[in-house]
Design a protein around this ligand. Structure first.
Ligand code: ADP
Ligand code: ZN
Ligand code: ZN
Length: 707
């Protein structure tokens, strides 16, 4: 007698351009609930798959006897719940990706290779030992956190979060104590129900240890160390699996993570916090270009969970949504810093009035010197790493162009290399001009390495109160490549071993420095005139964030009789952005920007997507985009009438690693129309790619952050 076979829809990962459906039909000897993890044959391989709801796709009516069978069921693991599957389904649809890609991306990588038996063994194991280190860290922090008296603003905001449903936009100055508000909201969510879970998202991996320490100090005594896990790409695969399982099984009550954590399986999700919600790193910039912030909004609503978006400089989209007239978000304000600390005073330096070729205005140098002599710390920001962005031969005009990209290779003095920051190509520095033999090739422009060198030179005679020479250190992607390097360098800053810290935006965000009293941005102008309409918003946020690192500790400032300052060197001191910055007036800045955007019908008054094409030549890339438009017109795709298609253009960096890149902007006042259009366009794009014999690669970026 033959066994009765049940056909089941299983989502697997299929190559993006293969055209193979993500949902395939397999058979099993018994029905399995949707969300069950299984292993199935795919071609000659065996892969991880998720049983999907058969109603969500039109199930092909294949003859069960001709279908392949599920190889194994990952027993012992509860099926992924409806909420998780809805999230994955929504993300795949909205960001125009294949369901299997999103589903498998949302699962920890080690789950893919795990057999059913290995998983069973893993599930019996105790949580890993990594928490021990963080625990020690947390204990060091515990003294000042445990019995805290909320500020009046924290008190009222917390009460409102308690009483209302939200979603909330917590608009709080740097140092106003937003983290404490998150802790209060988390405490309330966890106390409300013995199984509730919360998700806290932060933009940068390097902010997670600090945050994790604060959460452990607060919640480990109540719920145990195992109740708090983090989830980010800096973890090893086994660690990630451990955290993921803890979240999925419910043993983790608090999940702290970067954008990828938005896809964690959290069956009892009651609260999502998105810290620094404006931060661009919430948007994935490759593969599935999802926004973890926007998915958090969707997921919280879908799960009936509370949502708190927090920032001192909210994204203009979120700010707009919290305008009383729109009221999609409830705006909560905390304008004051904790403990009567004041916000930094803006010192705007007009570079047109400075000595020729001065890197630092004399007044800024004097201010830094004075602070270092008092034992205070300074932070100097420059958003460009390396020594100089280009080497140049004045005899023949040779430049250190990257042979593979339309960009120059950056001179790194530390290891005497020329490196392309786009394709990674690296080589030694030539002794003489490769074209004319001139031995005098010179760096042009300035990066953090050079700034550090020049500052060290300028401050060489400055003595600190401990009677030692001033120390200038640098933190950027180059100094922090090694695991743990950043934490070690930050520890040196916190310990007072560093007097002046030179760094890129990576040190401007989030860190709770106690002794920094002066922050300087030495060369921020390029963002004022960028073609990207979001550039001013990003610059304003960066300067506010950076300034927010100065003077955070009221007690320290009072003891030193010091006042915090934010110095900005600019050739355009009259720019209105600086007037708002001077007043710490984000609302005024936002109002201006939003008025401009409304006049030009730009987001949030319109919705955008990019279609990008990569090919051997720029002509081929643009021809693909043009053909895609014509195909859409010929097919009279739904939504087309409401979508404006801009002409194809090359990307700002047009060629990377010998690939030419072009893009086309799509804009619509109607999000739904844009979505319909994009979805209907997909098969035409696949077909068009086949016409181009696969020599073109394309991708769609919905709600692009950089244009
Ligand atoms: P934000 O995230 O808004 O920039 P933080 O949450 O990091 O600010 O708080 C700034 C500093 O103030 C931190 O060192 C924090 O420990 C401290 N702090 C926060 N709330 C209080 C409070 N109610 N009483 C005393 N210190 C507080
Ligand atoms: Zn030359
Ligand atoms: Zn290159």
């Amino acid at each position: 007698m033959s066994t009765f076979l049940v056909p089941l829809q299983v989502v697997v990962q299929t190559p993006a351009h293969s055209g193979v459906a993500a949902t395939l039909t397999y058979t099993h000897t018994e029905p399995l609930p949707a969300g069950t993890l299984v292993r199935v044959p795919l071609g000659t391989r065996e892969v991880l798959g998720v049983v999907w709801d058969p109603r969500s796709e039109d199930a092909p009516q294949a003859e069960p006897s001709r279908l392949r069978a599920i190889t194994a069921v990952l027993q012992g693991l509860a099926p992924l719940d409806d909420g998780w599957r809805r999230l994955v389904g929504f993300a795949a649809g909205y960001y125009q990706r294949n369901l299997g890609e999103i589903a498998l991306m949302a699962l920890p990588p080690s789950l893919r290779g795990l057999s059913a038996e290995q998983l069973a063994r893993r599930l019996r194991r105790k949580p890993d030992a990594r928490v021990a280190g963080i625990r020690a860290c947390a204990q060091a922090d515990e003294g000042n956190l445990v019995s805290i008296a909320l500020s009046a603003e924290q008190e009222s905001v917390t009460a409102e979060i308690d009483a209302q449903t939200g979603p909330f936009l917590l608009f709080g100055s740097t140092g106003s104590g937003k983290t404490e508000v998150y802790l209060q909201a988390v405490a309330a969510a966890l106390a409300a129900d013995g199984e509730n879970q919360v998700l806290v998202l932060v933009p940068e991996i390097n902010l997670t240890p600090q945050l994790e320490a604060r959460f452990r100090a607060r919640f480990a005594p109540l719920y145990g160390q195992a109740a708090i896990v983090s989830l980010h790409s800096g973890m090893t695969h086994p660690q990630r699996l451990g955290s993921w399982l803890a979240a999925h099984t419910g043993s983790a009550r608090i999940v702290l993570g970067t954008r990828m954590a938005i896809f964690a399986s959290l069956p009892r999700l009651a609260l999502i916090v998105v810290d620094e919600e404006h931060d661009a790193s919430y948007k994935q910039q490759e593969g599935a270009r999802y926004s973890a912030r926007d998915l958090a909004v969707w997921r919280a609503r879908d799960a009936g969970a509370k949502l708190i978006l927090g920032s001192a400089t909210p994204s203009l989209e979120s700010w707009h949504a919290s305008e009383p007239a729109i009221a999609r978000y409830r705006r909560l304000c905390m304008p004051s810093r904790i403990g009567a600390a004041c916000l930094p005073r803006l010192r705007l330096v007009d570079m047109g009035q400075q000595p020729r070729k001065a890197v630092f205005a004399p007044a800024l140098l004097a201010a830094i010197t004075e602070r270092v002599e008092r034992g205070e710390q300074c932070l100097v920001l420059l958003n460009r790493r390396g020594y100089a962005p280009v080497l140049h031969c004045h005899a023949c005009g040779w430049k250190s162009d990257c042979p593979q990209c339309s960009a120059t290779r950056v001179f790194h003095k530390t290891d005497r290399s020329l490196r392309c920051h786009h394709c990674g190509l690296a080589s030694g520095v030539p002794r003489a001009c490769p074209d004319c033999g001139n031995p005098d090739i010179l760096p042009v422009g300035r990066g953090t390495e050079q700034l550090q060198e020049q500052l060290a030179q300028l401050l060489r005679n400055v003595i600190t109160p401990e009677r030692r020479a001033a120390r200038v250190a640098r933190i950027d992607a180059d100094t922090t490549r090694a695991r743990g390097a950043l934490q070690a360098q930050l520890a040196q800053v916190h310990a007072g071993d560093i007097d002046v810290l030179v760094g890129t935006q990576m040190v401007a965000k989030g860190h709770d420095f106690r002794r920094i009293t002066l922050v300087a941005a030495v060369q921020p102008d390029s963002a004022l005139f960028s073609s990207d309409f979001r550039a001013p918003e990003r610059l304003f946020a960066l300067l506010m964030q950076a300034g927010g690192r100065a003077g955070r500790d009221a007690g320290y400032m009072a003891a030193h009789g010091s006042a915090p300052e934010l110095w900005v060197q600019t050739w355009h001191p009259e720019h209105p952005l600086f007037a708002a910055l001077r007043e710490h007036d984000y609302p005024a800045f936002a109002a201006r920007q939003l008025a401009e955007r409304e006049a030009a019908a730009m987001p949030p008054w319109s919705h955008q997507a990019l279609l990008r094409a990569d090919a051997r030549t720029q002509e081929a890339a643009q021809a693909f985009l043009q053909a895609a438009v014509e195909a859409a017109r010929a097919a009279q795709l739904p939504g087309l009438a409401q979508v404006f298609l801009y002409p194809p253009v090359p990307l700002a960096v047009q060629r990377v690693a010998n690939v030419e890149r072009a893009q086309m902007l799509l804009e619509s006042g109607n999000r739904r129309a844009l979505q319909h259009f994009l979805t209907a366009w997909q098969p035409l794009l696949h077909a068009e790619r086949a016409h181009h014999k696969g020599l073109v690669r394309w991708l769609v970026d919905v709600d692009p952050q950089a244009i």
